[in-house]
Ligand binder design. Sequence first.
Ligand SMILES: [Zn+2]
Length: 129
Amino acid sequence: MRAKSVHTLGPSKQLAWPLNLALCEIIMSMRDYYQTNDAILCPKCGREIYEWEGQEGPNALFIWLKGNKHPIDQRADEDCKLEEKDFIKWFLPEKFELWNTEGNCTVVAEGMCENGIWNEIVISNAKHT
Ligand SMILES: [Zn+2]
């Protein structure tokens, strides 16, 4: 399931700002996206995986790229997006679960940080769905 854009809930520009802000918080407290430059192969079917989702990070629709300490982008509606200069305030936990369900398998992996930098991803489970 993809995050809904705030605009699907109504024209946000017409909302009073406290309501708009509350919607942003609901929408943003869902998940983050995780990417790697190198493909991780599904152990079941061999498909290449470059993007994962997880709910053990800040859950602010950030895009985290392996090898980085902070988010590289945020996949949120413009109304809800944090300023890029504030991305450096956000970190990942030492270990966090990730999953990918794009193909015919559900693949679960564990991401790991060293000195705050996400530098490892290990597949922990994969099954056909
Ligand atoms: Zn697979």
